[in-house]
Design a binder for this molecule. Structure first.
Ligand SMILES: *Cc1c(COP(=O)(O)O)cnc(C)c1O
Length: 436
């Protein structure tokens, strides 16, 4: 199996190369050249998450040096559950909880799969792999946790000083060893610019093996298709119907994974994207005009994306707006609606949503009664509410219990260095001797 760039100007590559490169050399995103047929029968006998993951991912790794390792990789990466819980007793609405990993957000799935894969690919290399990540909060924590103490890999996490939540800053700075945290005096855009400049700087490229672990990496996307496969199969086996999914969306990595799962043949019905006030995608589906823009800050900050990168992958499947409208729907939810939904659903169902998950709950509540009643819908819960307790607790009036994994991070010592937003400063930091 080979992967081609969405821009069509780089050679096709195998699974492991796509993972190691992240972005294709022509600036495009890797997508599969063919789609294996993976209907429900392909998953006969696959009951656990690692078993479903192996059946889904192995065909993509066929012919690659990693092929023989997929079984071990998925057992290592999928070592926490993704339970599907009813929202109200006896009702048809359920919630897929993707927040039971080490940093309590769905990004743990992709980050852990990528870390398990890259550490195997790097075995036997003399130079370490230097992973650079710019983060506005959740991605950096998941990547740091997943790569911590992996031999042969050094991770540098860049985050904007004063612009991440206290819980997020803790998740970004509590690692040490091979994980180096940099507090950049600038914005998230400055962090991202620094990383992009590093990847094209001849001096740095010559000195270091650089790689990225951001959400456009194929190695983060494919494992996300796994929980959609497992959930849709479980619902089909139990009720004989194909569920629809409502997905809190920003850069569209999580939703493209769901679209891919359906394309492979999994029993998935409608897919609805719930955006915050950054409504580039809902606008496009309405008008047919693609108008990327700067992001605006919202309560669901991990979805504050004005120009979603994974749109290129959706376009590769649905080149015109008409076919994309047939494939997905998208809606926008305001901060005020997020607040009201969190308060309402806590009173009505005793459920506590994080601000991101609340956008999906709001989109469900807006649907006509007939649409809600006639299908099985799954809300995708992307983060644990404890990560955003400053926002959620005043709305529900209840203290949120910290999951154990998150509480553990607060007992670790913090280490972090300040960095000015210039490439020379980043180059200097990479060159400094690192404790091991
Ligand atoms: C990253 C993130 C999202 C958005 O996911 P995309 O794949 O970028 O669309 C939603 N919710 C949470 C909690 C996140 O961390």
């Amino acid at each position: 199996m080979k992967f081609q760039s969405t821009r069509g100007h780089s050679p096709s590559v195998s699974f492991g190369t796509a993972l190691a490169q992240g972005l294709a050399p022509d600036g495009g995103l890797y997508v599969p050249e063919q789609w294996p047929a993976l209907g429900p029968a392909a998953f006969d006998g696959a009951a656990t998450l690692p078993e479903v993951a192996e059946a889904l991912i192995a065909p993509f790794a066929a012919g690659d040096p990693l092929a023989g390792e997929i079984r071990a990789i998925v057992r290592e990466a999928f070592d926490f559950p993704a339970p599907v819980m009813p929202v109200a007793r006896g009702g048809k609405l359920s919630v897929l909880e993707l927040f039971h990993g080490p940093t309590a957000a769905f990004k743990d799935f992709g980050a852990r799969f990528l870390a398990a894969s890259l550490s195997r690919l790097r075995q036997g290399h003399a130079k370490p792999l230097n992973i650079l990540v710019a983060t506005s909060g959740d991605t950096g924590g998941a990547v740091a946790a997943a790569f911590h103490r992996r031999p042969g890999i050094e991770v540098s996490v860049l985050f904007p000083r004063g612009l991440v939540s206290p819980t997020q800053e803790r998740q970004l700075t509590c690692w040490g060893d091979n994980v180096h945290s940099y507090r950049v005096s600038g914005t998230f855009d400055d962090c991202q610019r620094l990383v992009k400049e590093a990847f094209v700087d001849p001096g740095l490229i010559a000195r270091y093996d650089l790689s990225s672990a951001n959400s456009i990496n194929l190695g983060r996307l494919l494992p996300q298709a796994v929980y959609y496969a497992a959930t849709s199969l479980a619902i089909q086996r139990a009720y004989g119907v194909t569920p629809g999914f409502i997905i809190p969306s920003g850069n569209l990595g999580n939703s493209v994974a769901c679209v891919w799962a359906r394309k492979l043949g999994l029993p998935i019905g409608r897919i609805v994207l719930a955006h915050n006030a950054n409504h580039t995608v809902p606008d496009y589906l309405r008008s047919g005009d693609w108008q990327p823009r700067a992001s605006v800050p919202t309560l669901a900050s991990a979805m504050d994306v004005g120009t979603p990168s994974n749109m290129e992958r959706l376009r590769a499947l649905f080149p015109d707006v008409g076919s994309m409208r047939d494939a997905v729907r998208a809606e926008s939810v305001s901060d005020e609606e997020i607040r009201q939904r969190i308060a309402h659903d806590f009173r009505a169902y005793g459920k506590t949503w994080c601000p991101h998950t609340a956008t999906a709950a709001e989109v469900f509540a807006r649907m006509p009664q007939s649409e809600r009643a006639n299908a099985r819908w799954v809300l995708v819960a992307t983060a644990h509410p404890a990560k955003f307790r400053e926002i959620v607790e005043p709305l529900t009036g209840q203290q949120i219990e910290m999951p154990e994994s998150l509480a553990k991070l607060f007992t670790r010592p913090v280490s972090c260095a300040d960095l000015s937003p210039e490439l020379a400063a980043l180059g200097g930091a990479l060159g400094r001797p690192r404790e091991q």
